[in-house]
Every structure is written in C-alpha cells, then in structure tokens.
Design a protein around this ligand. Structure first.
Ligand code: GLA
Ligand code: ZN
Length: 669
C-alpha cells in the first residue's frame, strides 16, 4: 500500500455533535479554533441518525457540520459510523446480532454488538460507506476515513461456525492434516469431516480450551475482522483514492493480531489509555509495538484522554502537564497524529464523566482547556518539521501475537504468565537508559541490529529459529529467556531438547521448569552479589555455554540460571529465571558498554529519551520527556549545540533543564 505522508501533526479528536443543537456547535467551533485543533473525527456512532430506515439516508445535518468546519479550516476524518447499527436493523436482519461464548444470542443495545461475519452487516455497512463517499468525496473538509471503531467482538453464531470450517479447510487442505496439526488424538478428539468441527465455546469445552483449536479460532477472528474492514476500505479506496483510512485499535488488545490488521490501513492507529499507575515504559512499549506494525512508519494515537477517564475504578485527574507529556511521548515514539477522546463531554450516557477538552460547562478558562490549547499552539508551530521523521534504533525486540495467544492459552507452568508484562520487564531497562528499541515481527529482517531481544519466544514459526541462528553466527547478540523454543505454530511441542532449535545458539539444554508462588523468590548469584528472581526457574544444563549466575536456593541451588554462549561470530545470553529490575538494568548497562554508540547520553532516572531522524533533511530530533514531578537536568554530549524547537533557543553549555513533567525537543542538523 502507498505510504501516507502527514502534512502536519494531526491534533484534535473525537467529536459527537449529534448530542446537541446548532448553537452549541457554533460555540464548539470557536473553541476548537482557540485550542488550535486542526482535525476532528466524527460521526463515530451515528448510523441510526444517518439511516433512520432501510435505505433512507439523512445527511443534511452532517452537511451543515462539515461545511462549518471547512469554513473554519478544520479537517474532518469522517467516521463511517458502522460500529453501532440502528435498532431497526438488528430487528430486520437478526443475523447481525452476535452469539457469545456461552451460546447466547445477544439482543440489540450495546455498541460494537454485531457479528463480524454477518452478511447483512457487511452489506449495510458497505452501502453506508458508499453513500458517505459519494456525498463527501470532494468536500474540502474531508481528510480521511475512520472505519467502524475498536473492532474486537468475537462471535460464535452458526454462520461463523460455517466460515470457521471453510477457513480451516483452506488452511489445512485435508482433515488428516488438521488432525495432525491439532493432535486430536489427545483426549480422543479425532474428526473425520470438517462438518464435525465446532467453534470452541464454553458449551463444548467448559473453558478448558484446546489451545490448538483456540489458536486457529483467534487467527480466524483476526482474518474475519480484516475482511470486515476491507469490506468498507475497498470501496472507500476506490471512490476516494489517495485519502488515508484506518480503524482505531483499542489499546492494547490481545484479541486481534495487530501485526496482521495494520498493514491494511494507511497508517497504524491506536487508543492510548494508560492506568494511573502504569509505568512510562509500558506506554513506550505499546507505541513501539504500533510503530513496528507498519515497519517503522509514522502512526497516530487515535484516542487518549485530555483528562480523567470514567471507566477506571478510581478516575484520577490528569495532573498539570500530564496531557502534554503523554502527547509528546507518542510523537517521540513515531506518532504523526495526536488525537483525543473527546472534544466535548457527552451530554449523558455511560461516558458522561469521561474527560473532554470542553467540559459540560462549555468554558475555555478551565485548566484542561488551557493546557490543551498551549499544546495545540506548540504543535501548530512545528508545522511539517517533525512529521515523516522516524525513530532509529539499533536494538530490536521480537514480539508476536500468536506467540502471545499460545503462551497464555497454555495450562501451566504458572497462572501468572502475562506475555506483555514479561516483554515490558525486559524492555524497561533499555527505556530507562534512553536506548530506543524497535519492536519487530518474526518475519522482519534482523539486519543492522546490534542486539536482538526475544523474550519468551515460545513459538517457533516463520523460520525465526534459522534467522536467529544466522544472525548470531554473523556477529549478532541475542538475549532469550525461559519459555523459548517450546512449540510450533500449532502449539505442538518440539521433541528434543529445550529451547528447541535454539539450543545450539544458547549452548544449553533445559531439563525442567519450576514455577514459584506469587511471593516466593529464588536468588541469582553473580560473583559476590545476590539478586532476587521470581516467576519461573529453568533447570539448565550447560553444553558450550558458561554460567554467568547460579541459583541460591532449593534443590537446584548452585545450578546455572543465567548463561552466556559464543556462537559463530556472535553471542547469546539466556535468562532461565525472571530477575528483579536492578539485575536487568545492570545486565543491559554492561551489554551496551560493548556498543557505546547505543547510548547518546546518560539520562536521569524518570527521563525518557527518544530520537527521531528526518533522513531527507538530515535533521535529528532528540525528545527528552521528564516523567518526574521535579525538575531534572540533562547533560548533552558537547560536540554540537542543538536548538530547542519548542522555544527556538540554542541549548547553552550542553545543559538542558526540564521542568516537572517537562518536554524538550532538540534539533541537531
Ligand atoms: C474507547 C472508544 C471511545 C470511548 C473511549 C473512552 O477508546 O473508542 O468511543 O468510549 O474508549 O475512554
Ligand atoms: Zn457470527
């Protein structure tokens, strides 16, 4: 697909004006201008208003809003509104309503309550998208398309069942092959015809799902979602060639393989709603995953909140400076759009307490409105300076949705296994040291990376084992962990030593894996120092590898827990247990000392550093983000004096002072 170039940083977000009358609308547009909003997204939930009865469309109200926004020079990302079908439609076409995992046919009511494969839904959604494109293709306000909203409803209806069987037939060809892949001989589940295959529901599996079947169901749901997206995207591409289109992905969901879905979009788009207690490294990791979904191309944050949410157990206000910091964090990690949910607070309903730029009071002298406007003004002043630049990283982290599914579908070794948390645990140390990490796919090239992290690479697929071997053999550095090289793409365990085909690279074999209780620890003894370990403990035998650290407790005390191996011209480290943060930080500090170019400069704790490079212009942007509530000073390498692009001042004496939650973007040419 043609690469989309952003003309400026998109700033604004969701707007649901069908909840109020035109006087409020006028007020809103004035306020949008005041806040330097350049883009609004709507109408996300207005299908019932746009199509009050079958095939009858009402667009006059939409015309008027679009015209007013065009006059105000504000761009519109037109939502196709297909996430909430009208009630009459659910009644007239009951195949639209989904069936849940317990076999219950749902009734009309909630948004995103439709069967992703429903023929009627697809027909009606396409018809609406066609009407919208016909009417607004040449409207001066139209910037692009927002398709549906946060896909992710699974369905277990009879039609999905039929489609699942067809999907499997296409994937495996014969029933014999399917039996072999699913190892149906386990628990006597052999099938002799595709018609015998059932969707994995609570009715037939009692929540003790066969992981192989579940894996294919999840793949099937992703494929169905892609088809559903393409049902609208196809016609929009045809009717409005060149206009970008996307769907926003609820941040951060396991349900859909985003590496499979995103390449269908003009740019990746995700909704960023961190919990109050989420570390900044977790948000950074999620941005990096989004960036990785389209191989480093700029993405957008399609939603974030300008103030508190309503759906957390305790909805803290965004602290002064926090919204700006969150927005710049996205931009630092490669976003060229910073959109928010939402522009004006909902009049009623489930989200009446959700924060908005304009709250119910309709005032511009609120803390949030003021902060938002300052941010808008800054972004406006950047014009096209930053858009199109890319994050440059020499460290890669392999991430994979199918690997995620398989790991968490497994019964054992520990119920506390959370792939994303585990990945974040290792990413965190690089983040703390200001070292950018590219999150890459199993199919991505490893060329040019000094270090490749492959935490919990349980599933061997896409020839990743061969690729990693070659990478290390040619001088690369690989870091792997427990739960590596266990199974193939169908979750069949690899017979032979663990970590499977990577045993040679790591120079070890793992005999068995102990699970620790939640507050139980073992010790990692390296030299004279002892660090805490938790979660899992592999019992490791050394082949060519050497032990870097050993366990301190239990019947395997003294056995290796962290190992190192030379393989070809490269080296491979293996973590047999999960070390506490300080160990990982010290490990990474030592690792990067061997490649000094990885570190641009030291950063104080809680200060995030990311580089974006504009290759054509030869300009590098160094983003410094102070997540602390106190001032911090960063000392820069002295060779060149950069310009602070937000203040347009030269940085003197290589020192930059960041206020609490402050941000600086330094330009090096
Ligand atoms: C999601 C939805 C929005 C809104 C926000 C609230 O991301 O896409 O419509 O409900 O959550 O946080
Ligand atoms: Zn269905």
């Amino acid at each position: 697909m043609q690469e989309f170039s952003f003309p400026f940083i998109l700033f604004g977000g969701d707007y649901n004006p069908d909840q109020w009358d035109e006087t409020v609308l006028e007020e809103d547009i004035q306020l949008f201008k005041q806040a330097h909003i350049n883009t609004v997204v709507f109408p996300v939930f207005s299908w019932a208003k746009l199509e009050p009865s079958d095939g009858v469309y009402h667009f006059a109200w939409l015309d008027s809003i679009l015209d007013r926004l065009a006059n105000a020079h504000i761009k519109v990302i037109l939502a196709t509104s297909t996430v909430s079908q009208p009630a009459w439609m659910s009644q007239a076409y009951p195949d639209i309503l989904p069936v849940d995992i317990e076999g219950r046919k749902r009734t009309h009511g909630m948004r995103a309550f439709f069967c992703i494969n429903s023929v009627s839904y697809r027909k009606k959604a396409k018809a609406l998208a066609t009407q919208l494109a016909k009417r607004y293709a040449n409207h001066p306000a139209l910037f692009g398309w927002h398709i549906a909203n946060e896909y992710g409803t699974y369905c277990y209806c009879d039609y999905c069942q039929e489609k699942f069987r067809l999907y499997l037939k296409k994937r495996y060809g014969t029933i014999e092959e399917l039996n072999a892949r699913w190892v149906t001989s386990f628990w006597g589940r052999t099938v002799y015809d595709f018609s015998e295959i059932m969707l994995p529901t609570a009715l037939n599996d009692d929540y003790r799902f066969n992981p192989a079947v579940q894996l294919d169901y999840l793949r099937f749901m992703t494929a169905s979602t892609i088809d559903c997206f393409e049902n609208e995207a196809g016609i929009l591409r045809e009717m409005t060639p060149g206009l970008p289109l996307y769907t926003n992905i609820s941040g951060f969901i396991k349900k859909l393989d985003q590496f499979a879905l995103m390449p269908h979009m003009s740019f990746a788009a995700w909704d960023n709603y961190p919990n109050f207690s989420d570390g900044s490294h977790l948000v950074a990791l999620k941005h990096s995953i989004m960036r990785g979904s389209l191989d480093g191309r700029p993405f957008i944050v399609a939603e974030q909140t300008p103030n508190q949410q309503n759906w957390q157990p305790y909805n803290k206000l965004k602290r002064p400076g926090e919204v700006r910091l969150l927005a710049y964090q996205g931009i630092a990690h490669g976003a060229d759009g910073s959109l928010f949910f939402q522009m004006r607070q909902s009049l009623a309903g489930q989200e009446k307490f959700h924060g908005a730029v304009i709250s119910h009071g309709g005032r511009s002298d609120t803390r949030i409105f003021q902060e938002f406007s300052v941010l808008g003004e800054e972004l406006e002043s950047l014009k096209d300076q930053i858009v199109g630049s890319r994050v440059v990283a020499s460290v890669a982290l392999i991430f994979d949705w199918e690997n995620w599914w398989a790991l968490e579908l497994a019964s054992g070794p520990s119920k506390d296994l959370r792939y994303l948390e585990q990945v974040a645990h290792y990413y965190k140390a690089f983040h703390a040291l200001g070292i950018s990490v590219d999150v890459i796919k199993t199919t991505s090239s490893l060329e040019g990376y000094s270090v490749v992290l492959a935490p919990l690479l349980y599933m061997m697929k896409d020839g990743i084992d061969e690729k990693l071997k070659e990478y290390v053999a040619h001088g690369g550095t690989l870091v792997g962990t427990y739960l590596t090289g266990v199974a193939d793409e169908n979750d069949r365990c690899v017979f032979g030593d663990r970590p499977g085909p990577l045993s040679d690279v790591f120079g070890i074999w793992v005999e068995e894996t102990d699970a620790l209780f939640p507050n139980e620890h073992n010790g990692i003894k390296e030299g004279e120092k002892i660090y805490k370990s938790s979660f899992l403990c592999d019992r490791i035998h050394l082949n060519e590898a050497t032990a870097i650290a050993t366990y301190t407790k239990d019947f395997y005390a003294g056995e290796p827990c962290i190992t190192h191996n030379f393989y070809g011209e490269g080296e491979a480290w293996y973590f047999g247990t999960m070390p506490e943060d300080s160990y990982v930080l010290e490990f990474v500090t030592r690792l990067v000392k061997k490649t000094p170019s990885l570190v641009f400069c030291e950063v104080p704790s809680g200060v995030e550093m990311v580089k974006r490079v504009h290759a054509q212009r030869g300009e590098t942007f160094l983003f410094l983000l102070n997540h602390n509530n106190q001032e911090r000073t960063v000392t820069l390498p002295g060779a060149k004096d950069p310009i602070d692009v937000l203040t347009q001042k030269k940085v003197e004496d290589s020192q930059i002072v960041l206020p609490p939650r402050g941000v600086a973007i330094l330009s090096y040419i």
